[in-house]
Design a protein around this ligand. Structure first.
Ligand SMILES: C[S@@+](CC[C@H](N)C(=O)[O-])C[C@H]1O[C@@H](n2cnc3c(N)ncnc32)[C@H](O)[C@@H]1O
Length: 309
């Protein structure tokens, strides 16, 4: 069985000129008037809720320099710097368009910007950061997609990827089943972050291993294939993430891992309005559609907080 490499690099560098069509949870919760805030227990934006939650696992007194990779419109970093002005922010993004947006959102705050591809960064470049954040973007990184027919790479590329897969199998005792798609980009980045001995790492993305609590079973249809699933978006495809492999990489590198779902730090207000919206097979209002999407995302997204032991 061969692989082809799914990448989004060209799209992000040359084509992306809006994030509107790819509404992340972070962006959906940013506007004060967002209807998404009404269905959560707290009305705070994403970054504020995340910061408070991370404070349970991260000693922010020991954190000065924060790197956010792929920060989109910059809202998460904005919230972090307002809550903790002692932090020095760093934004690294492959997209010149989004880096420009981040400069607008973060103007006047203590932030440095880097237009770079995270896959081209070495452990030495990263070692001085105390905390690295990658929110809702691991799925953009290259994925080896299983299947013979679409194998578009050269033989040299194919050999290279086979060697990288072997590296992860041998170094981290990862096993991939026949037909499994491999989040090779996410694994490469985490490997580098662990080698850089970053004190704290936070990662999140749509997961191919998520599940829903008993209470929500009658309301939500969320199935997990345990195989990174294709998500087709404007101009590019991305893949859900197999977090168990990332967890194993981090733990092998002597990190402690706290893993969960967005609903842990964005708890749902499971009231009658939400229940009604979730029961509708076809939503009859825009608000019901928003509720269905957000609740799905609260459970489909997984995160990991990774702390050096
Ligand atoms: C779906 S957006 C997520 C934005 C933001 N983190 C959020 O939660 O709203 C993906 C982000 O990752 C960036 N990105 C994608 N591939 C990247 C790469 N190889 N290196 C650095 N940034 C990348 C994109 O430009 C964009 O800012």
């Amino acid at each position: 069985m061969g692989y082809f490499l799914n990448t989004t690099e060209n799209y992000h560098i040359n084509e992306l000129n809006s994030l509107g069509w790819e509404l992340t949870v972070c962006n959906a919760l940013y506007p004060e008037s967002s209807p998404c805030r009404d269905i959560l227990q707290s009305k705070d934006p994403f970054g504020v809720q995340l910061y408070h939650y991370l404070s349970k696992y991260i000693h922010f007194d020991n954190v000065r320099s924060v790197l956010e990779v792929g920060g989109g419109l910059g809202y998460l970093m904005h919230d972090f710097l307002i809550l903790n002005p002692a932090l020095s922010g760093n934004m690294l993004d492959i997209s010149p368009y989004l880096l420009g947006k981040q400069k607008e959102t973060l103007s006047g705050l203590n932030v440095t910007f880097y237009e770079k591809d995270i896959l081209k960064i070495t452990a030495d470049d990263l070692s001085w950061f105390d905390l690295v954040i990658m929110n809702e973007n691991l799925g953009d990184l290259p994925t080896l997609v299983s299947g013979n027919d679409e194998n578009t790479g050269t033989e040299k590329e194919s050999t290279h990827w086979q060697e990288r897969v072997k590296y992860f199998q041998e170094k981290y005792a990862l096993s991939f089943f026949e037909g499994e798609n491999i989040n090779i980009g996410a694994m490469e980045v985490l490997d580098v972050l662990c080698h850089a001995e970053i004190k704290y790492i936070y990662l999140s993305e749509h997961s191919c291993e998520s599940s829903i609590p008993e209470q929500l079973l009658p309301y939500l249809n969320l199935t997990s294939s345990n195989n990174p699933e294709k998500i087709t978006l404007k101009g590019h495809d991305e893949y859900t993430i197999k977090f168990s492999h990332l967890q194993k990489i981090a733990e092998t590198c002597n990190y402690e891992v706290k893993r969960g779902q967005f609903a842990d730090f964005l708890p749902l207000n499971f009231n009658d309005k939400v229940k009604t919206a979730l029961r509708m097979e076809t939503p009859s209002t825009a608000e019901q559609e928003i509720i269905q999407h957000l609740v799905y995302d609260l459970y489909k997204y997984e995160y990991m907080v990774i702390a050096k032991i």
